[in-house]
Design a protein around this ligand. Structure first.
Ligand SMILES: Nc1nc2c(ncn2[C@@H]2O[C@H](COP(=O)(O)OP(=O)(O)OP(=O)(O)O)[C@@H](O)[C@H]2O)c(=O)[nH]1
Length: 244
C-alpha cells in the first residue's frame, strides 16, 4: 500500500532557516510527519508552491557538480553550458513532476442510467523512469472498469491524467501498477478494476544487458475481475492489438 501524501492535510510551515538547502527543510517536514518519501511517493503536501523553483535551483547546482565530476568543460563547451539547469528542470518539472504536484482534478458525472457494464480505456501511454538507473520506461497500458451502479463515473481522459501523475515518478513497474490500481479504486470505487501494462525498460536496452526487444508485462485485477473468470477473459480478449 502506498501513501498518497497529496491528499494528506499536513501543515507546511514556510522555510525560515537562512542558508539551509530547501531539500533539507522539506525532508525534515516529511520526517516530522512520519511520512515516507520513496522515489515513487508524492510529496506535494509538504512543499509550498514557490519552493519548487528553489528545489530546481538546488538540483541545478548539484547537477553542475555531477558534470564537473564527469570532467565535462561546461564553460567552453557550448552544448553543455546550460545542461545542469536543463536536467534539473526535466527532473523537477517534467519527468518526475508526479512527485511534486497534487493529483489531477477528476470531473465526475452522475451514473444516471445505473450502468455497470465493462468499460475499457487504452492504450494509454506510459512515460516513466526506473528507480534503479533513472532510465526511461516507455510503454502502454489498458484500464478495464466495471462501474458501480450507485457511483459517479469520471471523465475518460482522467484515467490518462492519473496514469501521467503516477508514472511521472521514478518507479518500478510492479509497484507502479499497484499504485495506479489503488488510486483508481480509491477515487472511483468501481465494482471491479483491471489494469494491464506493457513497457520497455531502457536500463535493459540502452545499457546493461542491451536486450532491445524484451518487454515487461504485468496486470492487476481487483473486485469483480478477481472473482469472475469470464469478466477477466472478456477484458483480455477486448484489448485491441496489444501485441501489434
Ligand atoms: N523487477 C523490476 N526490475 C527492474 C525494473 N526496472 C529496472 N529493473 C531492473 O533492476 C535491476 C537493477 O539491478 P542492479 O544489479 O542493482 O544494477 P546493475 O548492476 O546496473 O544491473 P544490470 O542492469 O544487470 O547491468 C536490473 O536488473 C534492471 O533490469 C522494474 O520495473 N521491475
Amino acid at each position: 500500500m502506498f501513501t498518497d501524501l497529496a491528499s494528506s492535510s499536513a501543515s507546511v510551515p514556510a522555510a525560515t532557516a537562512e542558508g539551509t538547502p530547501i531539500s533539507t527543510i522539506i525532508r525534515q517536514r516529511l520526517q516530522d510527519a512520519g511520512q515516507r518519501f520513496h522515489a515513487n511517493d508524492n510529496i506535494a503536501a509538504f512543499l509550498n508552491p514557490h519552493e519548487l523553483e528553489q528545489l530546481l535551483d538546488e538540483v541545478a547546482e548539484k547537477m553542475q557538480g555531477v558534470l564537473d565530476s564527469l570532467v565535462i568543460d561546461t564553460v567552453n563547451d557550448h552544448n553543455t553550458q546550460d545542461t545542469a539547469r536543463r536536467v534539473a528542470k526535466m527532473y523537477v518539472k517534467e519527468v518526475f513532476k508526479g512527485r511534486y504536484t497534487h493529483a489531477p482534478a477528476l470531473t465526475e458525472f452522475p451514473n444516471a442510467e445505473y450502468l455497470n457494464e465493462l468499460m475499457i480505456v487504452g492504450p494509454i501511454t506510459v512515460r516513466s523512469a526506473c528507480s534503479h538507473h533513472l532510465c526511461p520506461v516507455i510503454g502502454k497500458l489498458w484500464v478495464g472498469v466495471l462501474p458501480n451502479k450507485q457511483s459517479n463515473v469520471i471523465g475518460l481522459s482522467k484515467y490518462a491524467r492519473l496514469v501521467d501523475w503516477i508514472m511521472g515518478r521514478p518507479q518500478i513497474q510492479e509497484e507502479a501498477i499497484v499504485q495506479l490500481a489503488d488510486t483508481i479504486m480509491e477515487k472511483t470505487r468501481p465494482d471491479g478494476l483491471a489494469v494491464v501494462m506493457e513497457c520497455s525498460h531502457f536500463c535493459m536496452s540502452w545499457r546493461g544487458v542491451r536486450e532491445m526487444d524484451s518487454k515487461m508485462l504485468n496486470s492487476v485485477m481487483r473486485g469483480a475481475f478477481l472473482r469472475d473468470a469470464n469478466l477477466r477473459r472478456e477484458f483480455l480478449a477486448l484489448i485491441p492489438g496489444r501485441n501489434v
